[in-house]
Design a protein around this ligand. Structure first.
Ligand code: SF4
Ligand code: SF4
Ligand code: SF4
Length: 340
């Protein structure tokens, strides 16, 4: 039977698809999928981050203003929200290349009581989570996204960026945003105010937060503080640290004394999600209501994607097998039809 160019390509594609399908089957057929995963990357021991406590947040948005000021970002009114919400609490409504930090509000029914799921409302702060094993770093082909080996902060280098937007697509939290207004098309996202930390200043959002709802510190210290909070009982009087939990950046500040008015969810968001994140959140309202992704695995996606790549490309056996298959098909075609 003549092997036309079309048939040749079809067979070659079928072979490639079979190889890809085998890899996909291995990945999706948990728990065998774990065989292809590489080990998760641990958080650096001195990783730093933020702890956001929704029950302490009063929605003042001082953190948003300070974030814009410290990062030289302009005021932003979403195009589809003009002019009705210009200057209102809701504007802007999403993270963008010019808004690295946003406070959003969940409401239900009459929204008459704070931190209540039914007929209540609650705030949530969104910014880069500084993942322990970040997808954005894994997919960036030119290492414009990097994770600091000491602090764990995920930084962005606009000079290295080629604007491919892989990081935008890969982030499970929808954080990096592409700036379509910039002729060079750069990415915008929170870098945990690395420029301020370099001057021994607190990240701006934690610096200005009046209640300690946004708290900076070593991730491990923040994790312990988060556990302390979720164990608190409604009606208990307690003092919440403000600024830097360790007091090493910006010094010790007087705490914020408050009565626990709502029972915390028994989970710390970011402790396990996607392999853990250096920014954590606690809340009295379920995290899915606050629009945080909750149906996510406890491993970072790079453990799978890099595991598969490294398995397929180990010793170049996979590509060599594909090449050998193609060469065999070409050879057979040439032998069967020497005149073509
Ligand atoms: S500054 Fe603090 S209290 Fe005010 S909105 Fe931001 S996190 Fe909430
Ligand atoms: S939240 Fe997104 S942008 Fe931030 S480190 Fe994780 S993957 Fe990267
Ligand atoms: S750490 Fe800095 S850049 Fe990140 S949200 Fe806070 S103020 Fe904005």
């Amino acid at each position: 039977m003549a092997l036309s160019r079309r048939n040749f390509l079809r067979k070659a594609a079928t072979g490639g698809a079979a190889a890809a399908a085998a890899a996909c089957t291995a990945v999706t057929a948990a728990p065998e999928a774990n065989a292809l995963q590489r080990p998760p990357k641990p958080m650096p021991p001195d990783a730093v981050g933020l702890l956001y406590d929704s029950t302490l947040c009063i929605g003042c948005k001082a953190c948003m203003t300070a974030c814009k000021e410290s990062n030289g970002l302009p005021k932003e009114i979403n195009a589809d929200a003009q002019p009705w919400n210009e200057g209102t609490w809701d504007s802007p409504v999403e993270l963008s290349a010019k808004t690295f930090n946003i406070i959003k509000c969940f409401t239900d029914g009459a929204a008459s009581e704070k931190d209540r799921e039914k007929d209540g409302f609650a705030f949530i702060k969104r910014q880069c989570m500084h993942c322990a094993d970040p997808s954005c770093v894994s997919v960036c082909p030119v290492s414009a996204m990097t994770k600091n080996a000491t602090t764990g902060i995920v930084n962005y280098n606009p000079d290295a960026c080629i604007g491919c937007r892989y990081c935008v697509l890969s982030c499970p939290f929808g954080v990096p945003k592409y700036d379509y207004d910039d002729p060079f098309g750069k990415i915008g996202k929170c870098e945990l105010c690395s420029h301020r930390l370099a001057e021994s200043k607190l990240p701006a959002c934690a610096d200005v937060c009046p209640t300690g709802a946004t708290l900076f510190g070593r991730s491990e210290d923040l994790r312990k503080e988060a556990h302390r909070r979720v164990a608190l009982k409604a009606g208990e009087r307690t003092e919440h640290p403000r600024g830097d939990i360790g007091g090493t950046v910006g010094g010790q500040r007087p705490g914020h004394e408050a009565t626990v008015h709502a029972v915390y969810q028994p989970h710390i968001y970011g402790e396990t999600e996607l392999g853990g994140t250096q920014c954590l959140a606690v809340s009295a309202v379920p995290f899915d209501k606050l629009n945080l992704p909750t149906n996510v695995p406890e491993y970072g996606y790079p453990t799978l994607s890099e595991g598969i790549q490294h398995t397929l490309y180990a010793g170049m056996v996979g590509p060599a097998a594909v090449f050998a298959g193609l060469a065999w098909l070409a050879h057979r075609n040439a032998k069967d039809h020497p005149e073509e």
